[in-house]
Structures are given as C-alpha cells and as structure tokens.
Design a protein around this ligand. Structure first.
Ligand code: D5M
Ligand code: FE
Ligand code: ZN
Length: 497
C-alpha cells in the first residue's frame, strides 16, 4: 500500500519554500528552479540560505544547483565525512557490542538512508505518528482510540490521536489545536481555564484527545488531552554495580574561551581523588570542539583555526584521563558531521586520532552500561522548546528535558532551528524509557529527576562567549555531574575554582 502523505508535511514544505524564496527575493537574489529543488533536498535549507545571503562578496546573482551544493554544509566540503549523509552498510543495525561494558543500543550511524525529498519527510512523520500513537493507545484512558475521520462522526466520548499542525489562541482566550492523522484533520477547542490548558501545545507533537463534538459538528471540545509520557515510576533500584559515570559536555576545544586551567584541575582530580577510582565511564554529549564556520565571525574567537588540529588537541587533552575510564564521544552542533539530527558518529579519520578506550557514537544515542539505560542527546532542540513553551528558559534546561520526556520526543518541533534529517524512521522518538537522560548544549550544570529518571545537563568547558553575553546567557562551566550506577546517587564535582 502506498505511503500516505500527511497534508501537514506538504503544507510545511510549501511554507518552507515560501520562506526561503522570500529570504532571497528580499535581497534581490534570483534562483533557478534547479536551485530551489537542491535547497529543498537539504536537511537544513534555511541554514544554507543564511550562509549564501551572508556571503555578500562571493555569491552569484543567479543561483543554480551547483551553487547550493557549494554552500550545503556547515563543514567545508574537504573535511566532510562522505559516509555521514549517505546510507552505509548495516554494521550498526540492531545491538552493537563493544568491549568494556558499554553497549550501544540504538543510534543512526550506518543506518542513514535519507535522500531528502517530500516522500522521506512523509515517512519520517508517519513513523513518528504511528510510534507515538501506539504508546497512547496503551493508555487506559484512551482505550478504543479511533482514526480522526471515524471519531468525528461520534457525538460524545470520542478518542483519537493526532499530530499537531497548528496552535492558535482565539480572541476570547481559548486555544484551538489543529490536528491530523492519515485519515482526516480536526480542530480541537481547549477552553480557557480548563485543566488541559497548560499553554504548552507545540507544532508536530502527538497528542491523545478525549472530547465531544460541538453542536454544529465543526469542532471537537476537549475534555482531556493526554501526552504519551513516561511511566510514573521509572526509578533506579540498587543493582550492585560499583561504577560511577561522569558526564562531560561542550568542551569546545579550539575556542579562545575554552578553559584549560579548569580542565587541568579536573584531570589532576581524576588521577588523585579516591572517588575517581570508581569512575569507569565518561560520557561526552557533544560540542567536543568549537569547529569552524559554525557562526559568522567565529574565526575571531578561535585559538585553533584548523578543524583537524582541534580534534588533535582534544586527543591530547584526554590523554590525562586515567585508562580505567572508558570515554564515549558524541557529536553536537559544533562538531565535524552533518548538522541535521540524528547525527552520525565522527568520521574515521578523526576516530583514528584517539585510542581504543574511546567509543564514538551518534547523537542521540542509547547506551546500556552495567544494567542501566542511558539516553544521551546534545540538546540543540532546547533552543526551539525554549522559544515555544512559555515557562522554559536557558537557566533551567532540565524543564525542557521533562517536556521532551512527556512528549516522548527529543526534538518535537520541525522546521525551526533544529534541523532534522528526513530519515525513514524517527530516531528522535524516545521509544525506550532511560534510567539516565543527559543533554549538554546550554552550558549550565543542572541535575533533577522526572518520574524517577535522572536528568542531567552537563555543564561546559568554555567561559561566556560574546554571543552568550549579548543574549544574557550565563554559563556554569567546569562542573562534572556524576551518577553511581549501583545506587543511583547523583552529585556534581566542581572544578571552576
Ligand atoms: O550553544 C551554546 C549556548 O548558546 C546555548 O545555550 C545555546 C546558545 N546559542 C548558541 N547559538 C544560538 C542561536 N543561534 N540562537 C539561540 N541560542 C543560541 P553552542 O551550541 O555551544 O553554540
Ligand atoms: Fe556548546
Ligand atoms: Zn551546542
């Protein structure tokens, strides 16, 4: 049976196309049809458009598809991993066992199949919808959930699951959520002041609705809105492990704001403190180096201007980590792989700079370590969640992480700052309930718990950058959150002074 294409996906594509064309026409730049097509096939068309527009001296007056290819990636073509965007062999399918107690349960490396057209996006959204709908269908309150087309014919007690297409506030302060599935679309009214009114419905999340149709049959009045969420008690029960995991994020090697003295203090501590003898694993969730060409003017803030040299320096910096600690390195938005998520692991020539004690994984990634399930994600989507959900901000990323768990999705909003690759499967769905969920990206150090799941935002090794100063983002660097795998105890070691 041919895959159905949600109207949502087509609409989003049309909106994207209009937005891109306007960006160019506003500046008098022309595109031939091949250029528009090439742009649409990119995982991050807006980012590419911004790079072209910013390249004032060099960009051509009329763009064709080879011009788009030149600007396609944030990493210069010569240093890009050729494996990163094309599907590779199946070596990583299923569960990959690596020595030393770490099992990579799921990540994208080796499985990428996206070519980036409308059909792929339809598959991505269909996969997201059907996976999350299955989770909702298991909820007691939603038993007997129906396709929207069928549910709409009922008067009362109708139950369905849909993907959110649009959220609006009426002039009376009520909320209208426009939702759809592969059968139909529907307008859902959430009355002002009702207990469902938490103001945090966002585009592209999947919701379950219990409601009744209005008298004219045009609208569904919500009685209850249900998110997939995680089970109420996902607590870590003691399991006898004696190992500690340390979380070290956003090292940003190569930046002139990288903190070498603090890093040195951490390495000295690892080699001398008795606690460190039990640290058997170090997870590094992205922005290992500062990268190059990540934002305009970055060259003025770099100490090391060569990308390879940055990774070589990182490999020197981790040489001081005691050899009883296995390191797991993941890319972030500053690293040398495609920007679109899920990101594959770093390319082989970079992997080769490190010894066999370092394991390279994609972003996001599920790991199993000594009986504990760990979900690691760099956290780029926190930017989009903060912009869309009123109660979120950059000082409390753990709140954004809770919103991800409630939606069982790491990057629910499509088409904002977080570029999502049109994979056939939605790797950003949280289809396993982890014991520990770690992110980085926002450079603060926070630990919390949600329904028994340990939440960690793992600090940074970079002081405040000019960009962060301008946006009043205050980092909390040189801290290392730790979790004891046996007892579940969580604490933070401070190397900031
Ligand atoms: O992100 C470091 C911090 O800076 C993180 O809090 C996000 C914020 N940041 C960085 N770039 C942007 C943009 N373009 N918009 C909003 N916020 C941003 P890092 O990934 O280390 O650069
Ligand atoms: Fe960062
Ligand atoms: Zn980042």
């Amino acid at each position: 049976m041919p895959e159905k294409i949600f109207k949502l996906v087509r609409t989003r594509f049309d909106q994207m196309r209009k937005r891109i064309l306007k960006m160019f026409t506003d500046r008098g730049i022309l595109l031939d049809p091949s250029a528009i097509e090439a742009l649409e096939c990119l995982p991050d068309p807006i980012g590419c458009a911004e790079r072209i527009i910013g390249d004032v001296g060099n960009r051509p007056l009329i763009l064709s598809s080879p011009d788009i290819d030149r600007y396609a990636d944030h990493v210069p073509a010569s240093t890009r991993d050729p494996q990163a965007t094309i599907g590779k062999s199946v070596e990583n399918r299923g569960v990959t066992r690596v020595p030393q107690g770490v099992t990579v349960v799921k990540e994208i490396t080796g499985d990428s199949t996206c070519v980036g057209n409308v059909i792929d996006f339809a598959k991505l959204f269909n996969d997201r919808y059907s996976t999350l709908k299955k989770m909702l269908a298991r909820r007691r309150e939603l038993a007997g959930l129906m396709p929207i087309a069928k549910a709409k014919q009922l008067k009362r007690d109708l139950r369905f699951a849909g993907i959110v297409n649009d959220v609006r506030t009426t002039k009376n302060g009520h909320t209208i959520i426009e939702m759809e599935d592969d059968s139909d679309r529907v307008q859902v009214l959430v009355m002002k002041g009702s207990r469902n009114m938490d103001g945090s419905y966002i585009k592209d999340e999947v919701l379950g609705v219990i409601g009744a149709t209005s008298r004219d049959g045009e609208i569904v009045i919500a009685k209850e809105i249900i998110r997939p969420d995680v089970p109420v008690n996902s607590r870590m029960l003691p399991n006898g492990s004696e190992s500690i995991v340390a979380f070290v994020s956003d090292i940003h090697v190569g930046s002139n704001t990288f903190l070498p003295r603090e890093w040195g203090r951490f390495i000295d501590w690892l080699n001398s403190d008795p606690v460190a003898e039990d640290i058997k694993y170090m997870i590094m969730p992205g922005d290992l180096v500062d990268g190059i060409g990540i934002y305009p003017g970055q060259e003025d803030e770099l100490l090391i201007e060569d990308l390879y040299q940055q990774y070589r320096e990182l490999s020197e910096l981790v040489k001081g980590v005691p050899d009883w600690i296995k390191q797991v390195m993941m890319p972030g938005n500053h690293d040398a792989v495609r920007l679109a998520e899920p990101q594959p692991r770093l390319p082989q020539d970079i992997v080769d700079m490190f010894d066999s004690n370092t394991l390279f994984v994609g972003n996001p990634c599920y790991l199993d370590i000594e009986g504990r399930s760990i979900l690691a994600y760099h956290g780029k989507s926190i930017d989009d969640l903060n912009a869309s959900i009123r109660h979120l901000n950059y000082t409390n990323p753990e709140e954004a992480m809770k919103e991800m768990l409630k939606r069982r999705h790491l990057a629910p909003i499509y088409g904002d700052k977080t570029a999502l690759a049109p994979e056939q499967k939605d790797y950003m769905v949280i289809d396993r309930v982890p014991n520990i969920f770690v992110t980085g990206h926002v450079h603060v150090c926070k630990t919390d718990e949600y329904r028994g799941i340990k939440l960690i935002n793992a600090s940074a090794w970079q002081s405040q950058t000019p960009f962060q100063r301008m946006h009043n983002l205050v980092p909390d660097p040189a801290k290392v959150p730790m979790v004891h795998l046996g007892t579940g105890e969580m604490w933070v070691e401070d190397f900031s002074s």
